[in-house]
Write a protein that binds this ligand. Sequence first.
Ligand code: PRT
Ligand code: ZN
Length: 294
Amino acid sequence: MSAHPERLTLALQKSGRLAERSLELVREAGLSVVKSANELFFRVENYPVDLLRVRDDDIPTLVGDNVADLGVIGLNVLAEQSHGSGQRAEIVMPLGFGRCDLKIAIPESMEYGGIAALTGRRIATSYPNLLRKFLEERDIAAEIVEMRGAVEVAPRLKLAHAICDVVSTGATLEANGLRAVETVLKSEAVLVRSPVAPADIVKHLLDIVVERFRGVTASRGAKYVMMNAPRAMLGRISEILPGADAPTVVPLVGHDEMVAVHAVCQESVFWETLEQLKAVGASAILVLPIEKML
Ligand code: PRT
Ligand code: ZN
């Protein structure tokens, strides 16, 4: 049973790499968060919603055990914890932030002709379950050394030959004389929900919140692009526009060979894209942000 049966509870990371973007998602979904001195809970002013602020590692369990109805968590953490028994938090959708890869990295000086090079080696990681599964699937017998943090220093300390850790820019690997050789998991923040359906009053609210999160996530990075273009070039223009399906084409009065093209681009529109559009004859190109999408 949920801690507050008549309220929707969302578990978010209290501080860390996912904290700010998680809170931003909640705000963009129209929930006004009231920050309070209460370390554990923030209230939402305009809906019966509570934000439970915790360490990210606790979120899969809190949602799996139905203490929270929804949660935002890195797929890496969720997947690592999805090995034991017990109720599981269910993935609703990826959220498009907190992207990183769980990678195996070795010292620059170590030779590497392929994954067989890891046979008989010691690999330090905070992700023993994911690493074990990855190695087993490839029939590699290696020793896993479990570490809580500072995994990247293990090779220098002669604790391990290699590491398996989360990488985003790669700067940490480089600073420690390591290079990535295998990708164990591609990760991003995901929205998870409790396996137990909430009471009816909360269920309705939960559906609304999930739909709004979907809208916020979909419109992020999406752009509305408008331009004038030669009718003959419409095919090329559709190819150039990133992630746009079926642009709207409007005739221009007095210009039979020219049309106005309007399209929603799901991906970022870069200067290169605009230059390509110009090169095929487009003019008066406008790129507008999209605030909401449903
Ligand atoms: O206190 P709490 O337990 O809540 O937080 P935490 O310290 O366990 O996690 P936190 O806030 O560091 O990360 C939360 C989540 O962010 C992770 O579980 C990932 O899903 C995601 N994420 C995205 C990252 C990174 N990018 C990342 N770069 N998590 C960790 N890192 C670390 C990595 O471990 C390594 O030490 O950053 C370093 C590498 O970064 P680069 O840029 O040098 O490659
Ligand atoms: Zn953590």
